[in-house]
Design a protein around this ligand. Structure first.
Ligand SMILES: [Zn+2]
Length: 236
């Protein structure tokens, strides 16, 4: 398994590392992004943890290629803000459209280069979707008509079976969000695109573990890792 570090938006003030973990270039390609919004900390910690497990060889990619951007918007992360402008509204909406921020330009460029089967964007949000349908905390969001509705239903059911408090259960949402990374990946690149949202008022260790568990399920579904390999390595 080979891990290569690269720089996204290289030589700009937005420069940020990304990693390409390659086991078999014939397998599926999966892109994971975190920190598109700088204050959604659990997403960043989960991506960093995943990277550290891979670097220590405690987690192995069995097949395919994984591309991880642990902190997309480092400037927003340093200030613990969502980011101005909202990066997740600057991705291209049509083929002729240009991304409207150096980071979304760079991210969309590598997404086009790798043509991922799966594009996973990690976030955090307000509230508990199970008790309030208007909020996005504890949701997996995919686009309407996405081919992965059955897999996401399965992943949500599997995840919820291990969450004692029903109020913290995850729900699946179907929505388009113009200018988001997920929308561009789904509509333009035909990827299985998912936004993961944990609720940021829950304890941080729980949120990171939810994020890792979801990543494990998706990476298993994409056949990059074997089931059970990541859950064993979660933070206590
Ligand atoms: Zn967000």
């Amino acid at each position: 398994m080979e891990i290569k570090k690269h720089l996204l938006a290289k030589a700009t003030r937005f420069e940020t590392p990304y990693y390409v973990i390659n086991e078999n270039s014939k397998g599926k390609k999966v892109i994971i992004t975190a920190g598109v919004h700088g204050k959604e900390i659990a997403s960043i910690l989960a991506a960093k943890r995943l990277m550290s497990l891979l670097k220590k060889n405690k987690l192995r990619i069995e097949n395919g290629t994984l591309i991880i951007v642990p902190i997309v918007n480092r400037q927003a992360y340093k200030q613990r803000i969502r980011g101005i402008p909202d990066l997740n509204r600057t991705f291209p909406r049509k083929w002729k459209d240009k991304a409207r921020h150096p980071l979304s330009v760079a991210l969309f460029r590598i997404a086009k280069q790798y043509k991922p089967s799966w594009y996973i964007d990690l976030h955090e949000a307000n509230g508990l979707s199970k008790i309030n349908p208007r909020v996005l905390g504890q949701t997996l969001i995919i686009n309407p008509k996405s081919a992965i509705i059955p897999s996401i239903k399965r992943i949500v059911a599997h995840l919820n079976s291990s969450i004692e408090q029903e109020s913290r259960h995850f729900t699946m949402r179907l929505r388009n969000l113009s200018g988001s990374g997920r929308n561009s990946a789904f509509h333009l690149l035909k990827a299985n695109a998912i936004t993961v949202e944990t609720c940021w008022s829950l304890p941080i260790s729980k949120r990171v573990n939810f994020q890792l568990k979801i990543l494990e399920s998706i990476l298993t579904e994409a056949k990059l890792i074997k089931r059970g390999t990541l859950v064993l390595l979660q933070q206590k």
